[in-house]
Design a protein around this ligand. Sequence first.
Ligand SMILES: *Cc1c(COP(=O)(O)O)cnc(C)c1O
Length: 376
Amino acid sequence: MKKIQMVDLKSQYEKIQTEVDASVLDVIRSTQYINGPEVKSFQKELEEYLDVKHVIPCANGTDALQIAMMALDLKPGDEVITSNFTYVATAEVIALLQLTPVLVDVYADTFDIDIEAMEKAITPKTKAIVPVHLFGQASNMEALMEIAKKHNLFVIEDNAQAIGCDYLFKDGSKQKVGTIGTVGCTSFFPAKNLGCYGDGGAIFTNDDELAVKLRQTANHGQSRQYIHDRVGVNSRLDSIQAAILRIKLRHLDTYSAERNKAANYYDHAFGAHEKVKIPKRVSYSNHVFHQYTLQLNNVNREEIIAFLREKEVPAMIYYPIPLHMQDAYTDARYKKEDFPVTEKLCATVISLPMQTELSEEQLKYITDSVLEFLNK
Ligand SMILES: *Cc1c(COP(=O)(O)O)cnc(C)c1O
């Protein structure tokens, strides 16, 4: 059996190696390393795939969030509401722009921002909400958009973990996650569902005027060469990464299906076990399983991780510490016990290997190993 990896980028690459190697070489020979034709083609193909009017490629997912907030002209002191149970980048850019991050607890079963707590956190200074489609399943966008509309707030979707995921509206229609709010942001970090071989990111919007501002902001605030209308940043997706992403985008739906196959296998193995809770699937979204995350119930997490490590089964904790308990984000507004669900999740979650290359043999070995510990 092949050694089990949390994410097996090598095996995935080997399946598309001929195509990738040729297109990377083509870019090198073309010398159009920045904003070359590959970037424009990828942008167009991603617009088609997502069915969104504008894709603005940029250097990484963190930049995508920052550029979105800059292009929306958010000002120091404006409050931006987001989930406390997320990767740090979401809150980081808010703080970096001297906006005020307002953290909200999540639901225990979906890991998603608590909609009632979110509405309660709205003040006259609130300007935007940042839902995070955590682990590959959509936030409750229909409910969230209604509240945003009522309070006249921007919605910036952090879609770094859920590209390709469909949101299923009550009326039966569906739309790609990341294209529902004012603006959507994603990351092409190698381990993400659509990952390149370096850093990359993109911003999506259906708003023509905002698209102009986003594009300018990502390019030194430039409207025409050497004409700078606003303060911007330098954030570009390079042509080699775009060439790789064009190839991988064609496989994205297959990749999502592979992830679902692994998740179904895990669900089947653990669904009835009292010592673990499997991730909840919601009716309003399909799932692209960026992570497969169990909640442990009266199980010593360090011991199970050590036991699995001994058996060469990797396992990770996403995320071990709530944002409000990180030194960078401690705030007089928050007490330790203000976010009971997030705190409990941080103490009990464990993520199993989740990727596109898991064989049935590996899945059996992983689930057998986990069950062996749980049943000890
Ligand atoms: C990965 C990630 C980001 C940041 O993306 P980078 O490309 O690493 O900058 C932001 N938000 C979430 C939820 C992420 O998972």
